[in-house]
Design a protein around this ligand. Structure first.
Ligand code: 5GP
Length: 177
């Protein structure tokens, strides 16, 4: 299906997103000890804008890690299977991890990653920050600890979120009617 940017309806504008991410960073800062290193994990590619913006406001020492996972491909619905493109992570034994994701939908991707980081990387604390929570679409028992926005079950793009690889660079979030 071809989609044109002129048909995109704005859901959240650029200023509101920036403001909300700063607020979310304050919520996160309040939950952690500033003296303890936090391993901040970015799920590429969708979380990249949220991740970089959020990390600027975090006050504790941060180590940045990146993984590439995908369950959507070029479609507007999950394939139900996870494609792991890069899952190269160190041990997090006795350490804290905060996973940063663009959007949680069925919960498949995050259910997989949380289990992987807890069991394989041996983290003692794994929390989850998402820019968008599509709560109504949930099929796996995953509850994000920090949520910027709850959204309806519609396909959104912008601010890292894509359709067929496009629209990730938009500084706002929109949807096609
Ligand atoms: P889940 O594994 O929770 O079913 O799906 C999470 C992944 O699906 C997200 O990381 C994102 O790549 C993709 N996704 C889910 N909903 C949307 C959406 O509304 N728009 C876009 N662009 N991607 C979505």
């Amino acid at each position: 299906m071809d989609k044109d940017i002129k048909d995109l309806k704005v859901l959240i504008d650029s200023q509101s997103i920036s403001k909300r991410i700063k607020e979310l960073a304050d919520e996160i800062n309040a939950k952690y000890d500033y003296n303890e290193t936090l391993n901040l994990i970015c799920i590429l590619k969708g979380a990249v804008m949220f991740y970089t913006e959020l990390s600027k406001y975090l006050k504790m020492p941060i180590k940045m890690e990146f993984v590439s996972l995908s369950s959507y491909g070029d479609a507007q619905k999950t394939s139900g299977k996870i494609k792991t493109i890069n899952l190269n992570l160190p041990s997090f034994e006795n350490q804290k991890v905060l996973i940063v994701e663009d959007i949680i939908d069925t919960g498949l991707t995050l259910d997989f990653l949380i289990k992987f980081i807890s069991h394989n990387c041996k983290a003692n604390d794994v929390k989850l920050a998402v820019l968008f929570d599509k709560k109504c679409a949930r099929k796996f028992d995953v509850k994000p600890d920090f949520v910027a926005y709850e959204v309806d079950d519609k396909f959104i793009v912008g601010y890292g979120l894509d359709y067929c690889g496009l629209y990730r660079n938009l500084d706002y979030v929109g949807y096609f009617e």
